[in-house]
Design a protein around this ligand. Structure first.
Ligand code: SAM
Length: 264
């Protein structure tokens, strides 16, 4: 049996009962970083008095996962195997999906325990609602980063990004240069002592944060391009379809005729 087990993203008390039980019952612990899981087990046993005695703790990360899976037999999972990434949900901007696919291919029973994830916590903290897309990290630099950011900024739904602290200001500046007033929500150090939330236009947040201490972990939620918000608002209006089509044509590339056709 394989279990993907989420771990806290900062606050130790966010470990779930099921996660504790799974860690306690694990014969084999696969960990993104064995030092991180050992430290976590130590802190958890101090806090909850629980004993963890896995027979083995093995390293399973982005760079060895393929080799690892090529070198085991499906019977490896006859014992209780738990996978933990460094923090939060495995498989969310972390390894985990390869293990799930291995289990699916080889008919190995598996469970995914729900738990903390920075993307979800940040989206809920933003107060935005509706659809969103998780883009994880942008490419770090160059043309690839610029292209991806453009895609994100023209995306019709809310976009969630992870960003390293040393690139956060760069990101805010890049967004400001394209769309100064684009509203953003920033979540810093979720669940930790210095948790902070910021909401405002890209230009405004850049000015506000450029002289602040931005060390720590960040999630950036980007609101959809104004055009999309306008479309949604117009669609909700209680006015004749012809008028609606006229208004929609003004804020989009589609003609009045095309809009009218799709409205009826
Ligand atoms: N698997 C994790 C999850 O479920 O959220 C994400 C792992 S990803 C490699 C690490 C990134 O997640 C960080 O660089 C940061 O952008 C974000 N992150 C993780 N913990 C966070 C926290 N406590 N507050 C804000 N962002 C966090």
């Amino acid at each position: 049996m394989l279990r993907l087990v989420p771990t806290p993203i900062g606050n130790l008390e966010d470990i779930t009962f099921r996660a504790l039980k799974a860690l306690k019952e694990a014969d084999i612990l696969l960990a993104e970083d064995t030092r991180v899981i050992k430290r976590l087990l130590h802190l958890l046993s101090q806090k909850y008095g629980t004993e963890f005695n896995p027979k083995k703790i093995l390293s399973f990360h982005e760079h060895n996962q393929h080799r690892f899976l090529e070198n085991i037999e499906p019977s490896f999972f006859d014992s209780s195997v738990v996978y933990v990434s460094d923090a939060g949900m495995p498989g969310i901007s972390d390894p985990g999906s390869e293990l799930v696919r291995y289990a699916q291919t080889h008919g190995i029973p598996y469970e995914v325990l729900p738990g903390p994830s920075a993307a979800i916590a940040a989206f809920v903290a933003s107060g935005y609602e509706g659809e969103f897309t998780f883009f994880a990290f942008l490419p770090h630099k160059g043309e690839q980063r610029a292209v991806k950011l453009k895609e994100v900024l023209s995306h019709p739904y809310h976009s969630i990004l992870y960003e390293a602290p040393h690139r956060l200001l760069k990101l805010l500046k890049e967004i400001r240069d394209i769309d100064e007033n684009r509203e953003l929500f920033l979540a810093k150090e979720l669940t930790k002592k210095y948790e902070r939330f910021y909401k405002g236009g890209a230009g405004e947040l850049y000015e506000r944060l450029k002289d602040e201490n931005i060390k720590g972990e960040w999630v950036v939620v980007i609101t959809p391009a104004k055009k999309e918000a306008d479309i949604e608002a117009i669609l909700k209006l209680d006015i004749p379809k012809k008028e609606k089509a006229k208004m929609l044509a003004k804020v989009t590339d589609k003609s009045i005729k095309e809009w009218y056709k799709s409205l009826i």
